[in-house]
Design a protein around this ligand. Structure first.
Ligand code: TR5
Length: 144
């Protein structure tokens, strides 16, 4: 197999895996998620930043040298971005600000990406709103 084709094959199977994982994930029914246990410290996580409003911890399946998830400690119906209501505007802004703090703490302020996957077609697999902060390598565009 030519190296170029091989690389394409790996990339596409990774995307298919992500899509399959999202499709197989618990539907957006508003129930508890694994992130509730992480917030409650019932499941250990590698915390990068924490304050009264948000928790930032390393993704268990990193897609870049730095891959941190930033989540609101209180979900308040925000299973995904599509559930955003006017009452969420403050926490939505704060999550972005926290992403910037995380990037600085991780030493990637020079360049990084902030991602929100929304819904099955957006490859969302955990229905508790979260920002992915990715960096530590040259990011490419367009994202898959
Ligand atoms: O696919 P979306 O955008 O919903 O992102 C969910 C992210 O949560 C994925 O990147 C997963 O790798 C990540 N994830 C899933 C679990 C987990 C985690 N990150 C840290 N620790 C985790 N634990 C303990 N358990 C998970 N199931």
């Amino acid at each position: 197999v030519a190296p170029q084709r091989f690389v394409r094959h790996i990339a596409s199977s990774t995307n298919e895996e992500a899509a399959a994982k999202a499709a197989a994930a618990t539907a957006d029914i508003g129930g508890p998620t694994i992130f509730d246990k992480i917030i409650a410290k019932e499941i250990p996580s590698n915390v990068v930043y924490e304050d009264e409003k948000v928790l930032a911890f390393r993704d268990i399946n990193p897609q870049a040298p730095v891959h941190v998830l930033v989540i609101p400690k209180v979900r308040d119906g925000l299973t995904g971005l599509d559930k955003a209501e006017p009452r969420h505007v403050e926490i939505l802004g704060y999550l972005l600000y926290a992403a910037k703090i995380v990037a600085e703490k991780e030493g990637i302020a020079e360049g990084y990406r902030v991602v929100i996957n929304n819904g099955p077609k957006g490859c969302q697999s955990v229905y508790h709103l979260h920002l992915h902060v990715l960096g530590g390598r040259q990011m490419t565009w367009p994202a898959g």
